[in-house]
Design a protein around this ligand. Structure first.
Ligand SMILES: *Cc1c(COP(=O)(O)O)cnc(C)c1O
Length: 480
């Protein structure tokens, strides 16, 4: 059989040519967006139109424009006006490590299929464990996202805490976890996947400041216990996604210890504060956690999707998916840290460790301090600007780079203000100069900003607020 298409697809020369062109294109994109040479952070398109475009493109589009069309039709995370979801403007060098991973395709489930990346993963996760304050019994691994990492942590918790082996025998007794009502929805999803049901998700209300109200833990625990629910884990958010507020990790840790619960910290967003000299106080108490999740693709400048799950006792990391109930790691047993698939939900995964390692090698660990500290500083700054502005109010004083605020107007009732703020956010999206998001807290509709780009400045914030005021003045209920 002749294989002309395959010859072409695997041509090193074709790859070289396209690669050089693409790097030039992406470097131009980066230059353009970082410096805000084009005004928009997103060219909004309705889903149906976008779908039609790509259907048509497959038939009639010019192949030479494929990569540039894809680039153009994205949300520009490197634009300083991108202050929406908690996605990193990737450090450009990690696009190169991404390319390495894609081309070499060492799937890492077993050591033989990823020697370098498996060993590198150990280096990176050991470094993270140390930074958390764990000792050398700790172990970690990388997995595909905070959602999967939280699920994996809770599976590990169930295995470690309960005296019966749910993994082999299933469970007949109601089980439960405790978590703040403001936690990321993926925690609830994990609990439901694990079959805990509604009654197994003990939601702890938040304080006025949107942190878990630890004063209610005892009563809620007793209430669940009286209904026969065996609670095995408690989760602290560091911080919670919607508001950026950190739970009291020390308080939760003490409660966990006193009640023999697994203490898990969901630091998908802000766990990276362990690197910030100025803001590491936000994660005080994290070293007491049995497990910690930190996303690389949020506050650590890496591409989606790469997440570290760190466990204080490495034995638990190995036991989660182990078939043997009595699996115990001893000095004699071979630890087998290098066969990543034994500890991760995934079988095959990408060579994600090389992003982390490359940033460490090329820029040093200080880059994470700079990134987190600067962005949190900018969150504080934006919070101050809002607090001092007569037409806006904060949901809560920011303690990270996440800021929830809204347009306020004493002449309007809550329903009208909610409607106005929702319409305002929609108008911003469609117009596209800024990309911000929104959230609802206790029935109030807020605009939500996450400062993710180190090159977003006070000038950009001011311009956004001026734009908003200009728009509001044209809004019917305000005009009247
Ligand atoms: C983003 C986030 C998650 C989900 O992480 P993914 O990597 O998007 O799966 C979980 N918890 C918190 C607190 C988050 O901010």
């Amino acid at each position: 059989m002749k294989i002309p298409l395959l010859q072409q697809a695997y041509s090193p020369e074709d790859f070289r040519k396209r690669g050089h062109l693409l790097i030039d294109e992406l470097a131009d994109h980066l230059d353009d967006k970082l410096k805000a040479k084009t005004s928009k952070a997103i060219h909004w398109n309705e889903p149906e139109f976008e779908l039609q475009f790509w259907k048509d493109f497959l038939e009639t589009g010019r192949e030479e424009t494929l990569f540039s069309e894809i680039t153009k039709r994205t949300t520009y995370v490197h634009h300083p006006h991108y202050i929406g979801h908690q996605v990193s403007p990737t450090a450009p060098i990690t696009a190169l490590t991404g390319a390495i991973s894609s081309l070499l395709n060492n799937g890492m489930a077993v050591y033989e299929m990823g020697m370098a990346s498996s060993a590198i993963e150990r280096v990176v996760t050991d470094m993270l464990c140390k930074q958390i304050g764990y000792d050398t019994n700790s172990r970690g691994f990388l997995t595909s996202g905070g959602t999967l990492a939280n699920l994996t942590a809770l599976l590990g918790a169930r295995k470690a805490v309960l005296d019966h082996d749910v993994w082999t025998e299933g469970h007949s007794k109601p089980l439960g976890i405790m978590v703040s009502s403001e936690a990321h929805y993926c925690v609830e999803r994990a609990a439901k996947i694990m079959g805990l049901g509604e009654q197994g998700i003990i939601k702890i209300p938040v304080t006025n400041g949107y942190a878990m109200d630890v004063s209610q833990l005892k009563a809620r625990f007793d209430e669940a216990a009286s209904k026969g629910v065996e609670i095995f884990a408690i989760i602290g958010s560091a911080p919670s996604t919607a508001t950026g507020v950190y739970d009291d990790l020390k308080g939760i840790g003490q409660f966990a210890k006193a009640h023999n619960l697994w203490f898990h910290v969901d630091g998908a967003h802000g766990g990276a504060a362990i690197f910030s000299q100025k803001y590491s106080h936000t994660v005080a108490g994290m070293d007491q956690a049995d497990s910690v999740v930190i996303d690389g693709h949020k506050m650590m400048m890496m591409p989606t999707i790469t997440t570290a799950l760190l466990m204080k006792n490495g034995t638990n990391a190995s036991a989660t998916f182990s078939q043997k109930a009595d699996y115990l790691l001893t000095q004699e047993d071979h630890e087998d840290w290098y066969n990543s698939g034994k500890r991760t939900f995934e079988c095959t995964k990408n060579m994600m460790s090389i992003h982390w390692y490359t940033l460490l090698k090329v820029y040093g660990v200080e880059i994470f301090d700079e990134f987190v500290t600067h962005l949190y500083d900018m969150g504080y700054l934006f919070g101050e600007i809002i607090a001092n502005h007569p037409d806006f109010e904060l949901a809560v004083t920011p303690v990270s780079n996440i800021v929830c605020f809204r347009y306020k107007n004493d002449a309007l009732d809550l329903a009208s203000l909610n409607k106005l703020n929702a319409a305002l956010r929609r108008a911003l999206l469609e117009e596209g100069e800024y990309y911000i998001v929104q959230t609802k807290l206790q029935g109030i509709h807020y605009l939500r900003v996450t400062v993710m780009n180190p090159f977003t400045t006070e000038v950009h914030f001011q311009r956004l607020l001026d734009k908003v005021i200009e728009w509001v003045l044209g809004y019917p209920t305000v005009q009247a």
